[in-house]
Design a protein around this ligand. Structure first.
Ligand code: NDP
Length: 461
């Protein structure tokens, strides 16, 4: 029988890789994990966690405004970008330390190096110039931000990676993209006082989300002073004496101090040696896996964004855990990707779980919609015109709630809890049976009585 150096070699110490390594080691496997950057991966080091800290920071401008209506006089306020970045870095260092400690405590060997596959059982450690072997290899290298490589002046642009470490807070920024990262960073920079423009190639931001959420968020972002330009992309970015100038397809130009791409992320598989090992990749370079995260090569598995299934941290963690339990824990665990609650930390925040109205109408014969938009109680005194929105998508036949879509403060917290009910297959009647918590915005979810009827548009006489 072949002797390997390790039972499991994990490439990439992000959310999925770390979880898989820890659980496999806990089940008794001899495990090593290689990381070329920092243990913790995108989410902890330059993604979800620092992003959320920036979102908190950016909210204070609204909070100071809101305070006036409640009788507070807020003195002169001043924001210091360098303090925020330094404090954020301190917290990220702390979390990075916890991740390293947890791996070590589980008995996982951490190797600080880029790792490249040589064959189905061999990994080359670039920093150490040596090869190691493993019975199984798990690819968990995540994804990396895309930029338009062919754009003239692309070297002047940044991505979310750099946005976390800018030397100075820009006075003006243009962000290209209309997905999670673009809308979240537009809210962050706008809240911090940066003149913010969002440039989206399509007609409406957040493709794939419920239409009502897309329209309402666009309107709320407009109200907050974010300029949203649709149907345009950059044709050129150039340096000027006062910053950068971006030219758009329309020929219009935008002056800015920073130009950021947030146009999606591609699996980080380039130069990883997957071809050498015979691993099948998809069109975007994603590793193709089955429901057990197995690739076509018997000894190689993959979890997280590198597989381009549902590119979210909790999903990667679940996939990593399921892999370790199945392979090393004697439990047969598949991950159900069909219902995934998710939050967008836009301003206002949004939460969504289950089917959008459009998806439901495609799949079910008759769909009932319940929805409401209102100014939350706090805003009656704060004077803020921001609206809160709640929507239930229900299968008329079975009464099952197929989707919930919300916009408003703490939507992320709320959708986590509502996600339980939707995952359990709760019916609208069960939502209605639940006693309301008063006064909250969330009580609307259990008191929505009227089915929404599309307004009847009468033909002109
Ligand atoms: P998304 O896939 O969410 O959005 C990409 C956006 O860029 C879309 O609006 C897309 O337009 C646009 N786009 C794509 N290619 C081009 C191009 N060549 N030129 C112009 N525009 C383009 O990616 P993000 O970068 O926003 O986020 C990456 C991933 O990170 C997401 O998959 C998400 O799962 C994850 N994430 C999750 C967060 C959360 O859970 N809160 C937060 C941040 C990230 P179109 O719609 O026309 O395709």
């Amino acid at each position: 029988m072949t002797e390997y150096d390790y039972d499991l070699f994990v490439i990439g110490a992000g959310s999925g890789g770390v979880r898989a390594a820890r659980i496999a080691a806990t089940h008794g496997a001899k495990v090593a994990i290689a990381e070329e950057y920092r243990v913790g991966g995108t989410c902890v080091i330059r993604g979800c966690v620092p992003k959320k800290l920036f979102v908190y920071a950016s909210h204070f401008s609204d909070d100071f405004e809101d305070a006036k209506g409640f009788g507070w006089t807020v003195g002169e306020t001043k924001f210091d970008w360098k303090t925020l970045v330094a404090n954020k870095d301190k917290e990220i260092d702390r979390l990075n330390g916890i991740y390293i400690r947890n791996l070590k405590n589980a008995g996982v060997e951490i190797i600080q190096s880029r790792a490249i596959l040589k064959d189905a059982h061999t990994v080359h450690l670039v920093a150490e110039g040596r090869n190691v072997t493993a019975r199984r290899i798990l690819i968990a290298v995540g994804a990396k931000p895309n930029v338009d490589e062919n754009l003239e002046g692309v070297e002047h642009t940044i991505t979310s990676n750099e946005a976390f470490h800018l030397e100075e807070l820009p006075r003006r920024i243009v962000i290209a993209g209309g997905g999670y990262i673009a809308v979240e960073f537009a809210g962050i920079f706008n809240g911090l006082g940066v003149e913010t423009t969002l440039l989206y190639r399509g007609e409406q931001i957040l493709r794939g989300f419920d239409e009502d959420l897309r329209t309402l968020l666009h309107e709320e972002m407009d109200k907050k002073g974010i300029r949203i330009i649709t149907g345009q992309v950059f044709t050129k970015v150039e340096k000027t004496s006062s910053g950068l100038k971006a030219t758009l397809t329309s020929g219009d130009t935008l002056e800015a101090d920073a130009v950021m791409f947030a146009i999606g992320r591609d699996p980080n598989t380039k130069g990883l040696g997957l071809e050498a090992a015979g691993v099948k990749l998809g069109k975007k370079g994603e590793v193709i896996v089955d429901e057990y995260s197995r690739t076509n090569v018997e000894s190689i598995y993959a979890v997280g964004d590198v597989t381009d299934r549902a590119n979210l941290t909790p999903v990667a963690i679940r996939e990593g855990h399921a892999f370790a339990d199945t392979v090393y824990g004697g439990k047969d665990v598949k991950v159900d990707h069909s219902i995934i609650p998710t939050a967008i930390f836009s301003q206002p925040e949004m939460g969504t779980v289950g089917l959008t109205e459009a998806q439901a109408r495609e799949k079910y014969d008759e769909v009932d919609i319940y929805k409401t938009a209102f100014r939350a109680l706090k805003n009656t005194l704060s004077g803020s015109q921001e609206r809160t929105f709640m929507k239930l998508v229900v299968d008329a036949k079975s009464d099952k709630v197929l989707g919930v879509h919300i916009m408003g403060p703490a939507s992320g917290e709320l959708i986590q809890a509502v996600g339980i009910a939707v995952t359990m297959g709760a019916t609208k009647a069960q939502f209605d049976m639940t006693i309301a918590v008063h006064p909250t915005a969330a009580e609307e979810l259990v008191t929505l009585k009227e089915k929404w009827q599309a307004p009847i548009i009468k033909a002109a006489d």
